[in-house]
Ligand binder design. Sequence first.
Ligand SMILES: *[C@@H]1O[C@H](CO)[C@@H](O)[C@H](O)[C@H]1NC(C)=O
Ligand SMILES: *[C@@H]1O[C@H](CO)[C@@H](O)[C@H](O)[C@H]1NC(C)=O
Ligand SMILES: *[C@@H]1O[C@H](CO)[C@@H](O)[C@H](O)[C@H]1NC(C)=O
Ligand SMILES: *[C@@H]1O[C@H](CO)[C@@H](O)[C@H](O)[C@H]1NC(C)=O
Ligand SMILES: *[C@@H]1O[C@H](CO)[C@@H](O)[C@H](O)[C@H]1NC(C)=O
Length: 368
Amino acid sequence: MFPSLLAAALTLAGAIGAKASPVASAETQSIPYTSPFIYYHGRWDAAPATWWASSGFKLHVANLKSLTLALGPNTTSPLASLGVSVDYQPFVTVNVSEGVNEINVNGANPSSSVVRFNVEEWQDNRVNLERIELNTDATLLPYVPQPLVFQFIGDSLSAGQFLPMGVDQAWNFMTAETFKAEHRINAQPGATLTDMESYGNVHGVSFQYFRTEDTGYYNTPQHNYTTPWDFLRDQPPPTHFVIHIGANDASWDVPEANFTQTYLAFVERIRTMYPIEPIFVFTPWGWPQPDGPNTYYYPNAYTDVVAARHALGDQQIFLVNTTGWVDYSDVYPANIHPDVEGHQKIAGLFETWLEGWGLQRLPEWLTT
Ligand SMILES: *[C@@H]1O[C@H](CO)[C@@H](O)[C@H](O)[C@H]1NC(C)=O
Ligand SMILES: *[C@@H]1O[C@H](CO)[C@@H](O)[C@H](O)[C@H]1NC(C)=O
Ligand SMILES: *[C@@H]1O[C@H](CO)[C@@H](O)[C@H](O)[C@H]1NC(C)=O
Ligand SMILES: *[C@@H]1O[C@H](CO)[C@@H](O)[C@H](O)[C@H]1NC(C)=O
Ligand SMILES: *[C@@H]1O[C@H](CO)[C@@H](O)[C@H](O)[C@H]1NC(C)=O
């Protein structure tokens, strides 16, 4: 690289918030992406690179002083936004790019530290991990996942669309944090549950949930294809499912009976893999209006789905009635999606609901 280009690259990297250095320091040890000590969560392809907001990895390190991520060419250009949390402190955004990205780990517990990473956005969310550089006297340790594992499935209302920190500020992400749970989120803004084209999504969630890639694959020239997801990679497996979907089906006037059929078929398919795990079915909180009540959709579908499953002998499916959870003061007027405080409110209401149902918060993180 010519010095002028190098300087330009460094300036650019500085401007987007990641400190890039051209070569890794000799005083580091290199951890390849294949290390069994990296605890991956969410959906990663063969590169390996992330898809779906919230996918990421966790590290447990003794004597951590420096940490850099070396990212490959499948990383979103010019950057992808990562949520980074050191020792369970609040997540902060670090924009990363192809190349070497330094992560600030100042204040990490010297004896043993946990660093968590996840992609924040529902688009521009590809992080291609090649290796991790740590100070030479650091020791990578196993990360022991929490025994409570949420699987959230939804659309923009669960993906953190429009939030400054994306999914890291969404109700579902926060609820999982409050319960000290692992979580996986498969939520695609604009998507229907019905497998049809909708607002830029070439497929609906009833198809895409079973794939590695989110529907953004279709706009990704070097990866314009989708592959089946191997659910055995979800370790530990989900213990609780939360599904909040239907807003986009309703906006395309998919008839309620069709939506209900699609929902039942989707639950049936989940049940082939997860026969007894509780499934929480959200009713819509509706679209708040400046004057007058929220607009609702599918008044009967959600109760019908739950009742039909009960009639089949499946008692582990529960309706979460979110009527009244969100009003006009909780949303961005421009798009009527919950704002940061709105998501905090929803998280609090769902946490109370879950505790009323009988789910207890885990008292501690197992890996510290
Ligand atoms: C990350 O990049 C986004 C998009 O360019 C920008 O809006 C945001 O301010 C950046 N955040 C940080 C912490 O650098
Ligand atoms: C990663 O990017 C390279 C270069 O664009 C491409 O050839 C390769 O197929 C990509 N790999 C995956 C798994 O998408
Ligand atoms: C992806 O492939 C489809 C055809 O299968 C094509 O219509 C679309 O333009 C492609 N997208 C990109 C970004 O290459
Ligand atoms: C709804 O379901 C009916 C009966 O299966 C079918 O004929 C119709 O095409 C479906 N409509 C839509 C919009 O999917
Ligand atoms: C949901 O809650 C609202 C408000 O409390 C109530 O009017 C409605 O009947 C409830 N729906 C169901 C299916 O329980």
